[in-house]
Ligand binder design. Structure first.
Ligand code: NAD
Ligand code: SER
Length: 318
């Protein structure tokens, strides 16, 4: 990667990835883009190039790639699971139509394309425990449908047109800088804010709901390490299972309680979110990523909790 365009750069991942890449590759070599400069972090908009790019507008994507002589697009623009269930048409347009535009630009201008998939690419008929890299994928959400179709489309552009496409299946991502954009795993971020702000949390998922999760620094490493991996070593390309931990609401509650003993939690299960969460794996097998490009996450639940609370205390003045 020499000249990078990030789409959806003001979202949860993009706002941190942009700053990390600017540090490593130089401010001028990382172009952030989004629907509006007012949407998110001033730091991202002001520390380097920022362009308005709606990925459903193919011309905007192509013009930006040409203008900045881009060699890699990291395509983070998307509609996540919970919002996708309330706006399935929008999820289809952005996650499929937008991805198609990005891949076409990749083909036309010989640009590599990195697009994250998700645990949502699996469904209720997938083996839920230690979910294999290659297994049944029959998702039951619009988000999941677009994610599995996106994996296939990226594979197709590599096989058919030689576009250097790569990607991981991210689990729920936890971070303290930018709030998540409307997913089913968002409770695992909100719980830390509520622990510090109110000392109590009402969980929208049932106590035995296990899902894979990951702390943002590990997620950023996954993107950079796979994007820079030796292609000769990659047997898979677009849908590597990656995980750092699998926990239930009771587990994350217990982890926070070790540092905030007075913290309490109750439940008010949201049936829509619960149905989505129940359709996703409990824990992924990420051995292909470990073998093919050295995936090795650094944060477990307690180490993440300590870092989240330390940083949120500063951010929230608590
Ligand atoms: P996010 O919702 O925080 O950010 C997405 C950004 O895309 C937002 O800033 C939004 O304004 C923008 N966007 C929406 N429509 C757009 C369009 N038409 N053109 C350009 N920008 C548009 O999402 P995120 O958490 O940063 O996720 C990035 C990618 O990672 C997505 O593909 C998502 O599916 C995947 N992923 C995220 C998680 C997670 O827990 N955050 C987990 C698995 C996979
Ligand atoms: N965190 C994401 C979501 O819940 C998983 O892709 O939608």
């Amino acid at each position: 990667m020499k000249k990078i365009l990030i789409t959806g750069a003001l979202g949860q991942i993009g706002s941190e990835l942009t700053m990390r890449l600017r540090k490593e590759y130089g401010n001028d070599n990382v172009v952030a883009s989004g629907l509006s400069a007012k949407e998110g972090s001033e730091e991202v908009v002001e520390s380097g190039h920022f362009e308005i790019v709606d990925i459903t507008n193919a011309q905007q994507v192509a013009d930006t790639v040409k203008k900045h002589n881009i060699d890699t697009i990291i395509n983070l623009a998307a509609i996540l699971s919970a919002v996708g269930e309330s706006k399935p048409n929008l999820a289809w347009d952005v996650n499929m139509g937008g991805l198609y535009n990005v891949l076409e630009v990749g083909r036309e201008f010989n640009v590599a394309v990195f697009t994250p998939s998700s645990i949502a690419a699996f469904g209720p008929s997938t083996p839920a425990k230690n979910t294999p890299q290659d297994t049944i994928q029959r998702p039951t959400t619009m988000y999941g449908v677009t994610k599995v179709a996106g994996e296939l489309l990226c594979d197709y552009y590599y096989e058919r047109f030689g576009v250097d496409t790569r990607g991981v299946r991210f689990p729920g991502l936890i971070s303290y800088k930018t709030l998540p954009g409307g997913g089913t795993t968002d409770y695992a971020v909100e719980i830390y804010y509520k622990a510090l702000q109110e000392g109590k949390f009402t969980c929208p998922l049932g106590k035995d709901t296990y899902m894979d999760m990951m702390y943002m620094p590990d997620a950023l490493d996954a993107i950079i390490d796979l994007a820079e991996a030796d292609p000769a070593k990659l047997k898979h390309r677009n849908a590597f299972n990656v995980t750092a931990m699998s926990f239930s609401p009771e587990d994350i509650f217990a982890s926070i309680k070790k540092l905030i003993p007075e913290f309490t939690m109750g439940y008010d299960v949201n049936p829509i979110l619960q149905k989505i969460a129940d359709s996703w794996p409990d824990s992924l097998d990420d051995s292909a990523a470990r073998e093919e490009w050295g995936w090795n996450p650094k944060y477990d639940l307690d180490k993440m909790t300590k870092d989240m609370l330390e940083n949120l205390r500063i951010k929230l003045g608590k």
